[in-house]
Design a protein around this ligand. Structure first.
Ligand code: RB5
Length: 148
């Protein structure tokens, strides 16, 4: 898969760790910045990653900000983006299997490089099950998205 990666200054310190984990899992990286730790705004990177997925330039995305919270709030404003802030392994794969998440959000001010690498691997290895109950719930989310 093609994986879009974006990080603000709070996420930048562990962006390379994410890129290493994506590559090690056999996927390609679309690096959308930031390129250094200069203060920046996490919604800008959420937009870049979200647009890459919406436009078919990426299959999934990984976003980093200090806590992961701001990035997830911003990404979930975009049509068709289902972003999960996951700091445990179960959530990192279950968000794909049940919720068809297409963006993983991480907070390097909260967790360290070893866990980040494992979370990325769990997220990328997971596949949506497509079970009826999950499709039904996702359809309800899509309807909420449409109704504003
Ligand atoms: C930036 O200081 C910080 O607010 C941001 O990276 C993120 O943690 C927001 O949720």
């Amino acid at each position: 898969m093609q994986i879009a990666v974006g990080a603000d200054h709070g996420g930048f310190p562990l962006k390379d760790e994410v890129i290493r984990a994506v590559t090690a899992a056999g996927h390609e990286v679309l690096d959308l910045g930031a390129c250094d730790a200069t203060p920046s705004d996490y919604p800008d990177f959420a937009l870049l990653v979200g647009r890459a997925i919406q436009e078919g330039r990426a299959d999934r995305g990984i976003l980093l900000c200090g806590s992961g919270v701001g990035a997830s709030i911003a990404a979930n404003k975009l049509h068709g983006i289902r972003a999960g802030l996951c700091h445990d392994i179960y959530s990192a794969h279950q968000c794909v299997e049940h919720d068809n998440a297409n963006v993983l959000c991480l907070g390097p001010r909260i967790i360290g490089p070893a866990l980040i690498a494992e979370l990325v691997t769990a997220f990328l290895n997971a596949q949506f099950t497509g079970e009826e109950r999950h499709l039904r719930r996702l359809a309800k989310i899509a309807a909420m998205e449409k109704s504003g």
